[in-house]
Design a protein around this ligand. Structure first.
Ligand SMILES: Nc1nc2c(ncn2[C@@H]2O[C@H](COP(=O)(O)OP(=O)(O)OP(=O)(O)O)[C@@H](O)[C@H]2O)c(=O)[nH]1
Length: 241
């Protein structure tokens, strides 16, 4: 995925074609049934349990997805997403769509809101405008997405602390106002990337297979517990170093 490569397609109607091509690119295998990996089969069965990444252009949606999917950061190497990109994940059976942040592709993004079960809404902690636009994104989400869609707010580029213009507390306050879970992430260092996707996957899974007698999965509590765990492990490993 170098500069000259478009990250997605502008027409949701041809997403199926792109999906096959993208999967092939990622795995080096053909996407026919015979050659499908276990994850690809699971993803197929997961059907419409789609998660989309939204937010202004340049906040790091594709980088976050690549970090999650491939465990690496490719600095500055993406052209702006055109329409929708696609990958599959294996924490739970679901699909992730990467959307374009640019205004001119919004109508494409709207078409995907309807089918989305979860939305990861990103801003860039070094960009005030991307944070200010979160309210507009939420208005749009409430207009086009299903009313029970899972939303998570992510302040990305947490590694760029010296260029920070949005304090963590501001992100937390906004998230509280809209009753959505929040965390800061870095597609560069990988901080909280796995946690963000895992928390959403667990929430979707619990909704899909929830038995009335089982205790409800609490996404806020899960995130706080996992954050505590990782900060305790970080300080422990700091002690060892
Ligand atoms: N330091 C740092 N840079 C990041 C991070 N995430 C993304 N970037 C950089 O930010 C720029 C934009 O990243 P993209 O992933 O293309 O952003 P996008 O939101 O997908 O952009 P659109 O496709 O235009 O909507 C690139 O130069 C990335 O290398 C991060 O966590 N930390």
């Amino acid at each position: 995925m170098k500069n000259s490569t478009q990250k997605g397609l502008g027409d949701p109607g041809i997403n199926q074609t792109f999906r096959a091509a993208y999967t092939q690119k990622q795995t080096g295998k053909s996407n026919n049934r015979k050659n499908q990996t276990k994850q690809e089969k699971l993803a197929r069965r997961g059907g419409g349990r789609g998660t989309i990444l939204v937010g202004d252009s340049g906040v790091g949606k594709t980088s976050l997805l690549v970090q999650f999917d491939q465990g690496k950061f490719i600095p500055g190497s993406f052209s702006a997403t055109v329409g929708i990109g696609f990958t599959t994940m294996h924490v739970f059976v679901f699909q992730i769509w990467d959307t374009a942040g640019q205004e001119r592709f919004r109508s494409v993004t709207h078409a995907y809101y309807r089918d989305a079960h979860a939305l990861l809404l990103l801003y860039d902690i070094t960009s005030k405008s991307s944070f200010d636009n979160i309210r507009a994104w939420l208005t749009e989400i409430h207009e086009y997405a299903q009313s029970d869609v899972v939303i998570m707010l992510l302040g990305n580029k947490a590694d760029m602390n010296s260029d920070r213009t949005i304090r963590r507390e501001e992100g937390e306050r906004l998230a509280r106002e809209y009753s959505v879970p929040f965390m800061e992430t870095s597609a560069k260092t990988g901080v909280n990337v796995e946690l963000a996707f895992t928390a959403v996957a667990k929430e979707l899974k619990s909704r899909a297979i929830q038995h009335p007698s089982e205790p409800k999965f609490k996404i806020h509590e899960y995130i706080e517990a996992q954050k505590e765990k990782s900060s305790c492990c970080e300080s422990f490993s700091n002690l060892l170093n």
